[in-house]
Structure formats: structure tokens, C-alpha cells
Design a protein around this ligand. Structure first.
Ligand code: ZN
Ligand code: ZN
Ligand code: ZN
Ligand code: ZN
Ligand code: ZN
Length: 274
């Protein structure tokens, strides 16, 4: 009986240890979110990333599988990782293998536009960025139809601690010397201030008038901003047809950043030997 109990205890201990090791192990893997060029996003454990692709483990347990995304599909990685950063690191670690023409970057400045990404001397074309309206949708990510969340001092659902009261409403408590006062969620957008040591509701917030929203500082509430490509003129200098953002793939290494295998060099040494 006693041995059994000891065994059980040991088993529990072992299981605990395994769990702990598993937990520490999973804490080491990094969960990332991939934003793809087609608008989809994928989140999972980062398995590896090299200059060709990013591999993420998607799903749980038996369902988990590694999926590789080549960099041309990837718009953004949540931890800031880019192919350029990987190439830069690789070039640093392998100075002997680096392509001399692009210094390992895999890209060179576009000769057609001198790296500008557009052709300043070409005749103007109808703006493709704003569909010739002169305006684009406001680019402030917080902006919805010209409004952003109020940054004034008013009561907000995402600030302070809100606890459910007996009536089912959420309440925020303000403690002061001698007691406390509470205001419910029905007072969102109102301002509570300390007056003579006591919290007092002084009414609607000046900034949002109690709506929790205020005009977006970028578009001033218009929800659109002047098109940066044509500055509102509706016609723009055309994009360079040869490149993307002023860079083209390095022709020497075909974008890999690696020094091409020196076949011709070998042949020459052979010649010398003869
Ligand atoms: Zn170009
Ligand atoms: Zn406010
Ligand atoms: Zn805006
Ligand atoms: Zn435009
Ligand atoms: Zn190169």
C-alpha cells in the first residue's frame, strides 16, 4: 500500500515536471502574425525564417502543421522581421559568401529611375492611387469615418477597473479618504475630478462631448486626406515600370545576395596550371 502511494506521488511529480518543461519550452517559441499580400493573416509559432521563406506552425496538437510562406507572399510579420533584415544578418555572418554587386542585399538601385520608384520626366498620367478624386481614405489606423477614440480625461470602458454591480451595469470606483464614489457605464464620456479631496462628476468631456469619439487629427473629421501621389491634382508622374520602390533584383546573384559560384575563376586557375 505504501509503495503504491509513493509510486503515485512520484508519477504526479513526474507529470508535473513534464508539464513544467513543456510550458517553459512553449514559452520559448515565438507566436507571430503574418499579414499576407492577399489580405489574409495567419498566426502561429515561428518555426524558422530564412531568406527564402517564413515557416509557421499553425494549429494545435495533432492538427498542428508547419506551413512555409515565401517572402513574395508576405506583407508584414508582427515582430518586425523582414527579408532584408535576414539578408543583412546573413551578410554579416558570411562576409566571404556575399555578392559584391549588391553587398548581400539581393537588390540594387533601379537604373531606370535612379531608385526613385517613379519617372519624374515622363508625361503625367491620371492618378492611379486616388482614382482621380484627389483624395484617399484617411491613413490614420485609428480613424473610423473621420473619428478617433477620445484622448480626453473622460470615463472610458478601456480605462480603469470596471466591475459589474447588482443591477448588471458596470461600475468604476473612485476611492478617497473617507470612502468611495462610483459611476456606472451610463456615465461614459463624463469627467470625474477630485474636488476638495472628493471625486466629483463635472459633466461631459470637453473633447468628445460625451461621445467618447473626437475628430481625427489627420483628416480633421473628413475621413479622407489629400492624395499624396498627385497632391490633389488628380494626375501624377508615372511609376517606374522596371522596379518596385526603386530597387530591382540584383542581376549578378538573381536576388539571393550570395556570391555566384566562381566557375570562370576555376577555369582560369586551371589554365595557369597548364
Ligand atoms: Zn525604377
Ligand atoms: Zn472624452
Ligand atoms: Zn482620419
Ligand atoms: Zn491622386
Ligand atoms: Zn547580388
Amino acid at each position: 500500500m505504501r509503495t503504491l502511494r509513493v509510486q503515485v506521488r512520484l508519477a504526479v511529480l513526474l507529470a508535473g515536471l513534464c508539464l513544467w518543461m513543456h510550458a517553459t519550452h512553449s514559452a520559448a517559441t515565438e507566436v507571430i502574425m503574418l499579414s499576407l499580400n492577399d489580405g489574409k493573416s495567419i498566426s502561429g509559432d515561428l518555426v524558422k525564417a530564412d531568406k527564402d521563406k517564413v515557416v509557421v506552425k499553425v494549429g494545435d496538437g495533432d492538427q498542428a502543421k508547419d506551413i512555409a510562406y515565401t517572402w513574395d507572399l508576405v506583407r508584414k510579420v508582427s515582430n518586425g522581421l523582414t527579408r532584408d533584415k535576414i539578408l543583412q544578418q546573413w551578410a554579416k555572418d558570411n562576409p566571404d559568401l556575399v555578392c559584391a554587386d549588391c553587398k548581400g542585399e539581393g537588390k540594387i538601385v533601379c537604373p531606370k529611375c535612379n531608385g526613385k520608384g517613379f519617372l519624374p520626366d515622363a508625361p503625367k498620367v491620371p492618378c492611379t492611387k486616388c482614382l482621380q478624386t484627389g483624395f484617399i481614405k484617411c491613413t490614420n489606423y485609428q480613424c473610423t469615418l473621420g473619428k478617433v477614440p477620445c484622448d480626453g480625461p473622460c470615463l472610458k470602458p478601456n480605462e480603469g477597473t470596471w466591475t459589474k454591480g447588482k443591477d448588471g451595469l458596470l461600475y468604476r470606483r473612485f476611492v478617497y479618504q473617507g470612502g468611495f464614489a462610483e459611476w456606472s457605464e451610463q456615465h461614459y464620456g463624463e469627467v470625474v475630478q477630485m474636488k476638495e479631496g472628493k471625486p466629483v462628476n463635472i459633466g461631459k468631456c470637453d473633447k468628445c462631448k460625451g461621445t467618447l469619439k473626437m475628430d481625427c487629427p489627420l483628416c480633421k473629421g473628413a475621413a479622407k486626406i489629400q492624395c499624396p501621389a498627385c497632391k490633389g491634382s488628380k494626375s501624377m508622374v508615372p511609376d517606374c515600370t522596371e522596379c518596385k520602390d526603386g530597387k530591382i533584383a540584383c542581376p549578378t546573384c538573381h536576388g539571393s545576395g550570395e556570391k555566384p559560384a566562381a566557375k570562370t575563376g576555376d577555369a582560369k586557375t586551371d589554365d595557369v596550371k597548364k
